[in-house]
Design a protein around this ligand. Structure first.
Ligand SMILES: [Zn+2]
Length: 282
């Protein structure tokens, strides 16, 4: 392993304590890196705290993934109160379908209904256009380029990470908006961490292929399943794309079931927290 790769791995593995922010009853986390640009960018990683969703969705479910009209209406109400808390226009909220694809789409305005059904990341340089994606262990990523004023919000689960969706995010910002990777700031939010994420050898091998050297990013112990650090692997993919700064939270969704929805910890039936980003008006 070269010294450069070594340095990148060490940076990818770094975790930071994030800011806990309360807006009324809604509890959010913010990346200290992105919070430096709070005059230009609104961003939030939500928790279970803030609404009155019934169990097992309690209390602030934003997902409409379950075929139940009451749960869906409740999620819409929560999305609305999240938008109100962040001074975002709920009518303009952009929410892609999320199907574990590597697909990113740029939106100049509110897309037509159904247009983002098979999409797992959204980019925009339109101010006051809020973008919201949902998570319950998968890795939420927000990219922000203050130079070209462009953002992307990305859903990187195991499959998205294996297909390097965050690299597609960087490419979208460079191709569509002329962003330079070195100027891009990335925040990697609450997700299942290596402490709680044993996988198959095959899954770990596929993840390992996405970076130059994954040896320190996947914990392997004799006789045990490998435990990838999905947040660090996404961070490494971003750093290897030339992204200037990456800020990774230390929060694990499966370790903190009172605070986060966790697909694995709950056995599958649970709600969704959100990652929202929006460029502010001038
Ligand atoms: Zn954990």
């Amino acid at each position: 392993m070269s010294t450069t790769t070594d340095n990148l791995s060490a940076r990818a593995l770094e975790k930071h304590q994030w800011l806990r922010v309360e807006r009324g009853s809604i509890v959010l986390h913010q990346s200290p890196l992105l919070a430096r640009y709070s005059d230009l960018l609104e961003h939030a990683f939500t928790t279970r705290l803030g609404g009155s969703s019934a169990s097992p969705m309690s209390n602030f479910n934003l997902g409409r993934h379950i075929d139940d009209e009451l749960i869906r209406q409740d999620a819409m109400k929560n999305r609305q109160s999240l938008c109100e808390a962040l001074n975002a226009d709920h009518e303009r909220l952009v929410v892609p379908g999320q199907v574990h694809s590597p697909t990113i789409v740029t939106c100049a305005d509110v897309p037509e209904k159904g247009a983002l059904q098979n999409v797992d990341a959204v980019a925009t340089n339109t101010r006051t256009l809020p973008v919201l994606l949902h998570f319950a262990d998968c890795v939420p990523v927000i990219l922000f380029d203050p130079s070209t004023m462009a953002i992307a919000v990305i859903h990187a689960g195991w499959r998205g990470t294996a297909s390097m969706i965050v690299k597609n995010g960087v490419k979208e910002l460079t191709d569509k908006f002329g962003a330079k990777p070195g100027n891009i700031k990335a925040a990697i939010g609450p997700a299942i961490s290596s402490c709680c994420y044993p996988t198959s050898v095959e899954a770990a091998a596929q993840l390992a292929q996405t970076v130059t050297d994954a040896s320190s990013l996947i914990i392997t112990e004799p006789g045990e399943q490998p435990r990838p650090d999905l947040k660090a692997i996404n961070a490494m993919q971003l750093l290897e794309s030339g992204v200037g700064e990456v800020d990774v939270t230390d929060l694990c969704t499966a370790c903190l079931p009172d605070l986060f929805y966790s697909h694995r910890q709950s056995g599958g039936k649970t709600g969704r927290q959100g990652a929202l980003a929006m460029l502010k008006s001038i």
